[in-house]
Design a protein around this ligand. Sequence first.
Ligand code: GDP
Ligand code: IMO
Ligand code: MG
Length: 428
Amino acid sequence: MNTTTIIVGCQWGDEGKGKVVDLLSRNFDIIVRYQGGANAGHTVEIGNKKYVLHLIPSGILWEHTICVIGNGVVVDPIVLLEEMNMLREHGINIDGRIFISDKAHVIMPYHKVLDSLAEQGENKIGTTGRGIGPCYVDKAARKGIKFSDLFNPDIFSSKVKRNIEEKNDIIAKTDCNKILYADSLIAEFSKLAPELQSLCIDSVVYLNTELQKGRRVLLEGAQGALLDVDHGTYPYVTSSSPTSGGACTGSGIPPTAIREVIGILKAYTTRVGEGPFPTELFDEDGQMLRKIGNEFGATTGRPRRCGWFDLPLIRYTAMLNGLTQIALTKIDILDKFESIKVCTSYDVDGRELKYFPSDLEVVKRAKPIYTTLPGWQEDTSSCSTFDELPENARNYILWLEKHIEVPITFVSIGARRDQVIQRAPKQE
Ligand code: GDP
Ligand code: IMO
Ligand code: MG
């Protein structure tokens, strides 16, 4: 039976993808990251242990899973090896369970330097500083270094030399202290090569062969639909395709193999970095969401901007991703609110818009039109069935479901793996 499933963030990232991927991994054999890099911070809490994963799929915490970093990911080898060590230190056996596509691109130290220099200019994006944008620039410009290049010393050193020369010209114009030296960089990466080589596979053949054997594959998106380079709030986006379409190019699994697309939505909205955010709150409610929701970046520690749930945004991202199900997270963060607002449409110069506008200038002028729903002011974090939730919490969820027109099959009511309510499982 084909169960190939994509998990996709449907806001601006940090929706709780790590938690949901971990939860679902119980019933999957192979978990694949398909885009982004160590800009992601996916948190999984099991009992009193907390893991933040940046590159390795969040399914690694189950003993039976194989985790693959797909061709669409940009991998910082140093972060990857550190993350593997972190897992070993927690007593997780990762031997033979992590593979990297030979086509994944490598984040080089100069990518991180270029990322930070670009952020000092006028057109600040508020990036995570992990070198993501510059690495994808090189990939698209056909100058990038692929994982397979790391194991061919001649190709690797000629590519590094060519790139360093070009990058140093740019770096020297801003900060001569940040200039890099090819020889030391080649020597540093050569030391890492043997361990990395043991992880490297032709992931496209591997994944498709395993699918044919009936293995169950879960594709883990990073970031969120509104950070997609094509469909997000460009230029305030990341440089990859987090949306469900990107799962196919980023893994080499064809669209015909996909069965389900599960959208992860937070019960309110957050965003880190620059860019327009129509329902952003600057008042006490926004501060409450940040404080109760502990809305601080898992990768950079930056405070996340917070706002009410935005239906026009979700109408757009549900459509764009072809969602078949929704996992709604952080319902418990709303427990203390007397009333809860939801943006139902935008007013743009007197016109009512039902969908998130594609023109950034229009997004900037979009004024949310809100409806107010009653809060429940009860603790939801230990409820174990949908019926146990307070009536107004159930009504909030049902109201969202009715307006999004996609079934909400998971309701998350706490950070821990066991804090989840599964609703109306789909009939096979
Ligand atoms: P991701 O990037 O989408 O994986 O999300 P992050 O890990 O960056 O941020 C989500 C945060 O919310 C993490 O700290 C999670 O542990 C936490 N979390 C996830 N689901 C819930 C939930 O339902 N309730 C609460 N209180 N916390 C949650
Ligand atoms: P997860 O997977 C939230 C944001 C950055 C910045 C923009 C570009 O944990 O949801 P980049 O470093 O990618 O060039 O930054 O994208 N961003 C994220 N925001 N969650 C993430 O990942 C993000 N990854 C990147 O803050 O606005
Ligand atoms: Mg995150």
